[in-house]
Design a protein around this ligand. Structure first.
Ligand code: ITT
Length: 193
């Protein structure tokens, strides 16, 4: 079965594809020829996720799901949160990481969490699924894998960053993995009923 993932983020898409590959063939926005940037103007993950999924339903008349996600740092009152992709004012990931590390300079509380909210639009109805992974921010980047803030985030119970850990491990424990598994369970139950 085919399902549209309302995202143009390559890192997210790769993870989502491997999480869903046994059940669905996943295509993202670039695959369906959508190259314009969908406005994300809400101030919650739920609001932005729903904006993205609704855009695809209205413009392409397709069932779809969207992932809005970000990094919430405790000592920064949840920043960058929904502004994670453009924390420094642009989508420059190096600058975003630099800004975050400079804001945390000299701060002992390094606690943070990644959060994903998925909006699934099926037959015009919306369903939300959430996933959270807790961890901490280290002072310097480590590792080459993953994307976004992965090189500075160590998940609880590990000594390596998401960028150092194997992609298969990130895809077992991540915020995105947790939210996606909830959605898969929901879709399976729907099929059975
Ligand atoms: P789409 O809206 O097209 O899906 P986006 O990158 O704009 O892509 P978001 O608005 O949800 O997506 O922003 C999420 C940002 O949060 C993302 O760009 C990363 O900087 C960060 N992020 C989310 N999940 C992450 C992860 O698993 N690892 C590292 N950083 C992540």
């Amino acid at each position: 079965k085919l399902i549209v993932f309302a995202s143009s983020n390559g890192g997210k898409t790769k993870e989502i594809k491997s999480l869903l590959e046994n059940e669905f063939q996943v295509v993202n926005l670039l695959d369906i020829g959508c190259t314009e940037e969908i406005p994300e103007t809400a101030d919650t993950f739920e609001g932005n996720a729903l904006q993205k999924s609704t855009y695809v339903l209205e413009n392409y008349q397709l069932d779809c799901f969207a992932d809005d996600s970000g990094l919430e740092v405790e000592a920064l009152n949840g920043e960058p949160g929904v502004y994670s992709a453009r924390f420094s004012g642009s989508r420059d990931n190096e600058k975003n990481i630099e800004l975050l590390l400079s804001k945390l300079n000299g701060i002992n509380n390094r606690k943070a969490q990644f959060r994903t909210v998925i909006s699934l639009l099926l037959d015009g109805k919306n369903y939300f699924f959430e996933g959270i992974v807790k961890g901490e921010i280290i002072p310097e980047k480590r590792g080459e894998g993953g994307f976004g803030y992965d090189p500075i985030f160590i998940p609880e119970g590990f000594n390596e960053t998401f960028a150092e850990l194997d992609a298969s491990i990130k895809n077992k424990i991540s915020h995105r993995a947790i939210a996606t598994k909830k959605m898969i369970e929901f879709l399976k139950q729907k099929e059975d009923s």
